[in-house]
Ligand binder design. Structure first.
Ligand code: SF4
Length: 333
């Protein structure tokens, strides 16, 4: 199901001026507010981490991030994890954020397992018009196998149905990551999402060193864990061609098809450098190519942003050689 055209148009109007922001003005920030997870996805290292309590971004540290001068023009925060709803004080984090950035949009990425916690969170969240909930759905047959929990799909479904019924204003969408385990279920899963009117975003698993793949990256690369055979790629292309118009990010699906057929996705980097990622342990990134720009526990965020901005501006849309990632850019849901 495609997102509402009017909603997209109004998003574009609101955000068009952001494309000309200097690299020092951050408009989108992704915050991994939890270093733990309640599921155990086969392609993810997060649940294997054992974060120390004092390592995880505290309320005080998060507040300092929210009041950063470089975040004055912030338009969107993406709370992710691990699983954000594992965090006991997540409501407080969210309330502090909306108090300090009342006009910003908020995307929460979750696996949807904790139905009651999620529903209660939105009951107390107040206006839900500026929040989007993005739930990871990994295939109708293999979801439970991939996340290694027999009740996961049932809980996820319950969450979707309850949220849709109780909070009709809330934008809710599914994210389907194509892996070697579920690639044959693309059409079926997108069809199901269309049937229940749940917009679905597609992306491919990437064999890159990242915060979800930092412990076993070398081993996975050696074992070609996330690589597809030529036959599998052909099957995926055929499925993607069929669902391109039915997914919420058909333009990105077009790029995925290009990547699978020709080996590259785009001719220059299109990561927006007015965005940044902060991991649960305070490590700050603007993109993989720039690497870690510092740690929030040792340096001020504003200083890190200033120090990295000239380099970031040089990359933005002008780096034809960087094909290091298949970054899923977001038309905000
Ligand atoms: S992919 Fe997401 S849901 Fe799965 S283990 Fe990792 S953090 Fe948890």
């Amino acid at each position: 199901m495609k997102p509402d055209k009017n909603k997209l148009l109004s998003w574009a109007k609101r955000n068009i001026k952001l494309f000309n922001l200097p690299a020092e003005d951050i408009h989108t920030i992704t915050l991994a507010v939890a270093g733990e997870c309640n599921l155990r996805c086969r392609m993810c290292d997060i649940w294997k981490q054992n974060p120390l309590k004092e390592e995880v971004l505290s309320i005080g540290v998060l507040n300092n991030i929210f009041i950063s001068k470089k975040l004055k023009k912030l338009k969107c925060v993406n709370f992710t994890g691990g699983e954000p709803f594992m965090r006991g004080d997540f409501e407080e984090v969210y309330k502090n954020f909306t108090y300090l950035h009342p006009k910003a949009n908020c995307v929460i990425s979750s696996n949807g397992f904790f139905t009651d916690r999620i529903v209660n969170f939105f009951r107390r969240a107040g206006k839900t018009g500026r929040i989007s909930l993005e739930l990871s759905l990994l295939g109708l047959k293999t979801h439970n196998f991939i996340v290694q929990n027999d009740a996961a799909l049932l809980c996820l479904n319950e969450t979707v149905l309850k949220i849709k019924k109780l909070f009709p204003d809330l934008s809710i969408a599914a994210k389907f990551t194509i892996t070697p385990w579920n690639y044959s279920e693309i059409e079926e899963t997108v069809g199901y999402c269309n049937k229940i009117k749940l917009p679905v975003y597609l992306k491919m698993i990437e064999n890159v060193k990242s915060y979800t793949n930092h412990l076993n990256y070398e081993k996975n690369a050696l074992n070609k864990e996330f690589l597809f055979t030529d036959q599998q790629k052909e099957n995926i292309v055929n499925s993607l061609l069929k669902v391109k118009g039915k997914s919420a990010n058909g333009d990105f699906v077009g790029l995925l098809i290009k990547k699978l057929k020709f080996g590259y996705m785009h001719s220059s980097c299109f990561v927006n450098f007015n965005s940044m990622f902060i991991n649960y342990n305070g490590e700050v990134y603007r993109c993989r190519e720039l690497g870690r720009i510092g740690n929030i526990g040792c340096e001020s965020l504003d200083a890190m942003i200033t120090a990295s901005s000239a380099k970031a501006a040089g990359f933005n849309g002008k780096n034809p050689k960087c094909l290091k990632c298949d970054s899923l850019y977001r038309a905000l849901i």
